[in-house]
Design a binder for this molecule. Structure first.
Ligand SMILES: *Cc1c(COP(=O)(O)O)cnc(C)c1O
Length: 360
């Protein structure tokens, strides 16, 4: 077995002990005589899997009782549409655009109403988060939307926006379960799970109960109504049984590790190893303003595209995979999600140090 240190932005690494547990249960899940992949979602044994997954994520995140946890297919991208469809009252939506993902979400919302971009960091290629303490929130805004960790540009919020009483909606895909969050400050938190949790094709939506509207316009597809998922325990149709099962394993793994406080501490230490190197390097430099640097996605450049490409090739040859930066930022990007071990980040830094030494 040869596992590489995989710095992919997503789908991304999963914890090895979780993969091993899944492997051990693959053919015969706990004496059921079948794989979770082959199991009826209406069976008792599967019901227990999804119930435990929900209970465990509730415990991990401290989700209050007046919030529902929904397992929805279609990834984070379907949520870009489901959110305006479901929360539309006045048809006015306020978006803070800090990178590719919030921009995409804003552009999707335009199909369902009027979108105000109330703040953006586009002027400096999304390398920071704008001041969000006193924004021109529309009186009619149905919600204020953020992408709390921009996966491609590598920024994260230090403080949540002052929404002046409006509902806050956050895409947390690339920071999901990476640190404790106060769920009660949000109307909706959602994330595609393939960055920080499990296999692709599933979004977890944590939604305050009063935002679930069963009386949506008849033109809204049944699957796209939060009420459909809420009223049917995320099983209106066949859910992504496999991804829910794998995520449940990761929730148990995180609980055993000490929960999100413990995870956050490890993530801080990991990111510090890489950022300290970048801050002291003469060859490599981070692209994001210090205050807003993500603990999960770390873009960096040499300033020369050919050198960037040479470094990417060298890292790959040395067993570090997926370090090529997204084309909109260029350079390199190390995604160091929950499952990336500290040794992986340390090994990468050691390699880059040596590379710099040898290419002065
Ligand atoms: C990856 C990502 C998405 C898109 O996720 P899909 O599951 O591919 O739809 C949306 N938002 C953020 C922040 C992401 O990182």
């Amino acid at each position: 077995m040869a596992r590489v240190f995989n710095f992919s932005a997503g789908p991304a690494m999963m914890p090895l002990p979780v993969l091993e547990e899944i492997q051990a249960e693959l053919i015969d899940y706990k004496g059921s005589g079948m794989s979770v992949m082959e199991m009826s979602h209406r069976s008792k044994v599967y019901q227990q899997i999804i119930d435990e997954a929900e209970a465990d994520i509730r415990e991990l995140m401290g989700i209050p009782d007046n919030y529902k946890v929904l397992f929805v297919q279609g990834g984070a991208t379907l949520e870009f549409a489901m959110i305006p469809m479901n929360l539309r009252k006045n048809g006015v939506f306020d978006y803070i655009v800090t990178g590719t993902w919030s921009k995409k979400a804003a552009s999707e919302a335009k199909k369902y109403g009027k979108v105000n971009v109330i703040a953006t960091s586009e002027d400096r290629n999304y390398s920071y988060v704008p001041d969000v303490s006193d924004l021109p929130i529309d009186d009619d805004a149905d919600y204020v939307y953020i992408c709390e960790n921009e996966t491609i540009h590598g920024t994260t919020y230090k403080e949540l926006p002052n929404t002046k009483g409006k509902i806050l909606v956050a895409d947390q895909s690339s920071m999901f379960l990476s640190k404790p969050v106060d769920v009660s400050k949000y109307g909706i938190i959602y994330g595609g799970v393939q960055k920080n949790v499990g296999p692709a094709g599933l979004a977890i939506v944590i939604i305050r109960e009063d935002l679930i509207n069963p009386e949506l316009d008849k033109s809204v597809p049944t699957y796209c109504s939060f009420a459909t998922h809420s009223e049917n325990g995320s099983m209106y149709n066949t859910p992504n049984c496999w991804a829910i099962y794998c995520c449940g394993k990761v929730f148990k793994y995180l609980k055993k590790l000490g929960g999100l406080e413990a995870m956050n501490k490890i993530n801080q230490e990991k990111a510090a190893i890489l950022y300290d190197f970048l801050d002291n390097s003469k060859m490599f430099k981070g692209t994001v303003d210090k205050e807003y640097r993500s603990l999960m996605n770390v873009p960096f450049v040499t300033g020369d595209a050919d050198t960037d490409a040479a470094v990417v090739a060298a890292t790959k040859a040395a067993g570090f995979d997926n370090l090529k930066g997204h084309r909109s930022v260029g350079g390199l990007r190390a995604s160091i999600y929950n499952a990336m071990p500290k040794e992986g980040v340390q090994a990468l830094v050691d390699f880059l140090k040596k590379y710099e030494e040898e290419h002065k």
